[in-house]
Design a protein around this ligand. Sequence first.
Ligand code: AKB
Length: 323
Amino acid sequence: MSTEMKNILVTGAAGQIGSELTGILRQRYGAYNVVATDIKEPPSDLREAGPFEFVDVTRLEDLETVVRKYRIDTIYHLSAILSAVGEKKPQLAWNVNMNGTAHILELAREKSMTRVFIPSSIAVFGPETPKNNTPQETILLPKTIYGVTKVAGELLCDYYVRRFGLDIRGCRYPGIISHKTKPGGGTTDYAVAIYYEAVKYKKYTCFVKEETRLPMMYMPDCLKAAVDLMEADFSRLVHHAGFNISAMSFTAAELAAEIQKHIPGFTCTYAPDYRQDIADTWPNTIDDSAAREEWEWNPEYDLARMTKDMLNVLSRRFAEGNL
Ligand code: AKB
């Protein structure tokens, strides 16, 4: 099996992570070697800078066609239904998350692919998991369908590594904060929406309580995790599909207070909804020592640095009439 990543496929390329990771991969590995795919229309920069194909990951034949056409040897599988939408549409979450992952893994096996990245999430944890400094090896009893599919996905990935000798990698992303593409249907989405609303209206109604503390990460670190993990030396990896990774952790009130340092008139009120129940089952902070040891994971952004950057970018776009 080759160890080179030559022809790369990205699923979910129009989503929050995909819309930025595709660009990074194109810079690193060549624009025409990275095929962006999604079920929905991509941003124009993604379509113009390299190949794009419409693919529904629940349809194996869609994936097979693209894999054959571009001789794909590496996949970044980002398509997923997140936690909040998953609770509204559990059958859809099961179909997209489980069948999508199973299709990717089977294609990787059939075509003896070089490497596959399938991200997991802090949603694999549940109320029985230790909440602080959550260990790498711990109780995985999620209460959301999204979490159920992520635990099953991790187990399936590890099975393919053990049983078929494939190279499948993944990390448990916390809430991801970014300014290019808004997240779709997650519990941690308030930590993105608050920045947009602060810049536009100087006020925000948050759908979790002020004392809700969750692990979060800024997009540059999220992208770095995907690239660093995929470029890590396989022989050093003890874990494969479910690396804990951590960058920062804050309560909704701490986030609002950080924004107030830049926008003094900003006010945040709290009106918890069904997403509070999901947030309450997830950890406060994560122990990511395995990722630090096995592939030198090292995040760069904390709450202060991220907030400065988010507000700079969004304020500029607002001033240009572009928000
Ligand atoms: C969600 O909130 O569902 C996601 C996640 C933590 O995986 N952002």
